[in-house]
Design a protein around this ligand. Structure first.
Ligand code: ADP
Length: 709
């Protein structure tokens, strides 16, 4: 046992330790590789993220540059001249929500916004009226007649005279307006209508003091009066026309004025629709009216957004840009803004070389953050991070998710990126699951080394297991051999002792009765038979092992052979009360066997059956022909064989049970010899057994065994 432990220890030190070391090295190698792969991936992500942000910034820059080129030399040019170029620019660039001009860094103008109206109080009043203009025309006296004396016929005449004298077209419009008003007051509706028509035709755009153009109110008057005159068709046409003109932005109106005129025009239209004037088919106009209403809603929305921007962004813009910013070396400054839940990115073009007292004015672009996200950021992310392991989320400044990759983000955030100077104020977050071990293995060269390491370690461990197995096998064999020597010497000694004693007693004539003497002879015979069997067994096995065994096959009557063996046993064990029964079923054809060897095998089987019979005294030997085989079985009803021993009983020196519990003497050679003999006959030996119930050992020999020497 100690020897075994030493061997195992030696192998442990020699193989297990190096294996463990190798395994550990391999593990560290893989870990290093994993870290390396992770680092590489992170770098890839960083580079691609950088490209994404650059793509977005390039998109913004290209609009900025286009604006710079368009307005470069025109900082103070009237808007009207720049409008076509700006409109073209806006149409060609989906990011642009609007261009604007920032005056004194607080007053925002939209040159091409196409707003339906301006915020209340924000309309430019236009050129002022010369003070002497109205006086010179003699309008004042006409007004006195109209308002104070309410003498409408004379007032009419006075206005007409003023009209003839008026040379300024604006004054003309003003007088016509007054004329129409007085005509209406004096009940001359038809005349009033035609005067208003004159105004609409020739002076619609004329701005009266206070800033209102004449057009819309004149139109509205026509609508109302034609209705009063019962001309529904004309009233309808004019109302629809007024509505269209308002939507076409024919006049610059403030929000309240616009609302007023739109409201009046629409009410009139609806009234005429519902009054169903006879002889007038209005059906075709219904859908047109609806289209106009939809257009109105859309345009209003846009207008309101821009007005909101104007009001909401101005303070932020002023705060950021007035007095110059720290980003003086850049011609554009950017600012992320949220106005009424709408996100914008504003870029302001600062005049490059700003002279000391230059006007604090600049051109700017409003970029819709939503469109920037959809038209620039999303495509770039899709290009550089096609659906794969790296997933991403775009977060707003407040941390809310605003966009994410098709595959839901998985794994930890490996990298975060913001835009330069936080405009747009989004953060890109990239997620990556940790690299897989196997992949790391396969992908890197060092992984391959690690793999080889692991393989070697594995082989070593396997070798160790194998060695331990064979060593322990050898040790077991050695143990069995030494067991064998002690048991065999005992096996020899005890029968020899009893033979000697009995022989002495018989020789000295000290055995009085004949019966007694007979019994002694029986024992003498049994003991010497046993010795002979043991000696035979050892000799035969030694021969077989050394390859010296020669089998002499002779055609034999096996049932006669069995009868001989059994009857010799019967004689031997008669005094112990054993009943050995021989059952031969059917005729057994002659078979070529080595008689001595087969007898020895059967003898050993019966000997075992007797030895392991326990309290049972019955042994059955049977023979029969089964197909092409001769079957010989020896059955006992004794102790049986434990399940764990059953596969090993044919092993050399193997003895069932253990040294302490064993009561039956033996050498562990009998079954080994039997197996060798049976196999030399090209046969098979098998065992079936159940502890406590007995065992059946059966031999099957082929009948057509060729004659061999
Ligand atoms: P032994 O000299 O020990 O009988 P064998 O090779 O003949 O050696 O048998 C090997 C072992 O097989 C025995 O030690 C015993 O445990 C078991 N064995 C053999 N024959 C029988 C049997 N008929 N009944 C029970 N056990 C048996």
């Amino acid at each position: 046992m100690q020897k075994r432990r030493r061997i195992v220890l030696l192998f442990g030190l020699g193989i297990v330790l190096p294996s463990l070391l190798l395994g550990y090295l391999a593990f560290r190698g893989i870990q290093n590789d994993r870290a390396l792969v992770e680092k590489e991936r992170l770098e890839d992500t960083r580079r691609d993220a950088d490209r994404v942000t650059r793509a977005v910034e390039d998109a913004i820059t290209s609009v900025e540059e286009a604006l710079a080129n368009t307005v470069a030399d025109h900082l103070e040019t009237p808007f009207a001249e720049l409008a076509p170029a700006l409109e073209k620019l806006a149409a060609g660039n989906p990011l642009v929500e609007q261009f604007f001009y920032l005056k004194d860094f607080k007053d925002i103008r939209f040159p091409i916004a196409g707003l339906l109206y301006v915020a209340d109080g924000r309309r430019e009043t236009g050129p002022s009226w010369p003070a002497d203009l109205s006086n010179s025309a003699g309008i004042e006296s006409a007004q006195r007649l109209e308002f104070r004396q309410k003498d409408y016929p004379r007032a009419l005449a006075a206005y007409r005279q003023a009209l003839r004298r008026a040379s300024d077209p604006r004054l003309e419009g003003l007088i016509l307006n007054a004329l129409a008003r007085v005509q209406r007051k004096s009940g001359l509706l038809k005349e009033a209508v035609s005067t208003y028509e004159n105004i609409v035709r020739g002076h619609g755009g004329t701005i009266i003091p206070g800033g209102m153009p004449l057009g819309p109110s004149a139109s509205l008057e026509i609508c109302v009066m034609t209705r009063e005159l019962g001309d529904s068709a004309k009233s309808f046409q004019t109302s629809l026309g007024l509505y269209k003109s308002l939507l076409d932005r024919e006049w610059t109106l403030e929000r309240a004025e616009f609302d007023f005129f739109v409201q009046r025009a629409k009410t009139l239209i609806e009234e005429i629709f519902s009054s169903r004037p006879p002889g007038l088919d209005l059906a075709p106009f219904r859908s047109e009216f609806q289209t106009l209403e939809t257009e109105e809603a859309e345009e209003r929305n846009k207008t309101e957004r821009m007005i909101a921007f104007e009001e909401g962004a101005a303070p932020a813009l002023e705060a950021k840009f007035r007095g110059g910013t720290d980003e003086t070396n850049r011609s554009f400054s950017r600012l992320a803004l949220v106005v009424r839940n709408h996100s914008y990115l504003v870029s302001i073009m600062r005049p490059t070389a700003q002279p000391a007292n230059a006007s604090d004015s600049a051109w700017g672009i409003i970029i819709d953050a939503e469109r920037l996200k959809e038209n620039a950021l999303r495509p770039a992310l899709h290009d550089y991070f096609p659906s794969g392991e790296t997933t991403w989320v775009v977060k707003a400044k407040d941390g809310a998710d605003i966009m994410s990759s098709e595959n839901p983000p998985a794994g930890p955030v490996t990298f975060r990126m913001s835009f330069v100077s936080d405009t747009p104020d989004w953060t890109l977050e990239f997620h990556q699951p940790p690299p897989r071990l196997i992949r790391t293995f396969l992908l890197s060269r060092r992984g391959l080394y690690s793999f080889v390491f692991l393989l070697i370690a594995g082989i070593l461990v396997f070798g160790l297991a194998l060695t331990i197995r064979s060593v322990s096998h050898e040790l077991e064999l050695a143990r069995m051999k030494s067991d064998f020597v002690s048991t065999v010497s005992h096996e020899f000694k005890s029968p020899l002792t009893s033979i000697r004693q009995l022989a002495e007693m018989l020789q000295s004539g000290r055995v009085p009765s004949e019966e007694r003497r007979q019994k002694y002879y029986d024992v003498l015979l049994e003991q010497s038979e046993r010795l002979a069997l043991l000696t035979d067994n050892i000799l035969s096995l030694a021969k077989i092992e050394e390859g010296r065994a020669e089998f002499a096959f002779e055609t034999t009557d096996v049932s006669a052979l069995l009868t001989k063996v059994v009857s010799s046993f019967q004689e031997r064990v008669r005094h112990e009360g054993f009943d050995i029964e021989l059952k031969v079923q059917g005729p057994i054809p002659p078979v070529a066997v080595d008689r001595t060897a087969l007898s020895q095998a059967i003898t050993n089987l019966i000997d075992n059956a007797i030895k392991y019979s326990g309290d049972s005294r019955k042994v059955v030997v049977s023979a029969s022909v089964e197909e092409q085989f001769l079957a010989i079985a020896v059955q006992d009803f004794g102790v049986g064989i434990k399940k764990e021993d059953i596969d090993r009983v044919f092993e050399r020196f193997f003895r069932g049970g253990d040294e302490l519990t064993r009561t039956v003497k033996g050498s562990g050679l009998g079954l080994t010899l039997i197996k060798e003999i049976v196999e030399a006959h090209r046969g098979k030996v098998q065992v079936e057994s159940e502890p406590g119930k007995g065992s059946v050992f059966s031999i099957r020999l082929p009948l057509l065994l060729g004659k061999e020497s």
